[in-house]
Design a protein around this ligand. Structure first.
Ligand code: ADP
Length: 185
């Protein structure tokens, strides 16, 4: 585990299963349909139970069937320890010149913004877009850490922003990115 003070908050990096985290909200790397899927999305719905999907279906109807990539919405966390799940759809990697970094940055910013509007003090992110969506983790980790550091510089309210990385390679990439970007703050 790594714990780094970033302005008024702690940035925590750990390896693990995000569905088990005790934080106010966990973020889901969803897809635009909000109907669930594989990877971390499937794990969250399995562990949290059907209440999460029920709220996702309702939200999808309200927003015309599709969550634009980079936007974020909140639902109950069902049976999970967290109070909320914040769902955001990351970019699919198409080589890097299709606005992928900007969309990924927006995923983190809008999720943090949503959490702040709900009065949350702690939030946990997975590595958005680096699974099925194919975003290279060395690049995605830098975008993710920079987006969080920039947000914490601008806005007070969070006590902790956590990254919960499933595998060792992903964890090491985020540690490296944090050493480059966050430790100088
Ligand atoms: P995307 O479609 O945004 O690429 P994926 O779920 O396929 O999302 O993968 C995103 C990351 O989440 C990957 O690094 C994957 O290993 C990781 N992941 C899968 N299950 C979990 C889990 N239970 N907790 C945390 N991270 C997970």
């Amino acid at each position: 585990m790594e714990k780094i003070k970033v302005f008024d908050a702690f940035l925590v990096l750990k390896q693990g299963d995000i569905t088990k985290e005790e934080v106010d909200a966990i973020v889901n790397a969803a897809n635009p349909s909000l109907m669930g899927g594989g990877g971390v999305d499937g794990a969250i719905h399995r562990a949290g139970g059907p209440e999460i999907l029920r709220e996702c279906i309702k939200i999808a109807e309200e927003i015309g069937g599709r969550l634009p990539r980079g936007e974020a919405v909140a639902t109950t966390a069902g049976k999970l320890k967290a109070k909320y799940v914040i769902h955001t759809a990351g970019p699919i990697w198409h080589g890097g010149d299709h606005n992928e970094p900007e969309i990924l940055r927006k995923c983190y910013r809008n999720s943090l913004e949503k959490g702040l509007s709900l009065g949350l003090k702690s939030i946990a992110f997975p590595s958005i877009s680096t699974g099925v969506y194919g975003y290279p983790v060395e690049l995605a980790s830098r975008v993710a850490i920079k987006a969080v550091v920039d947000f914490l510089k601008e806005k007070n309210g969070y006590e902790e922003v956590r990254f919960v990385l499933f595998d060792d390679r992903t964890y090491q990439a985020y540690v490296q990115a944090a050493e480059e970007i966050a430790k100088t703050k």
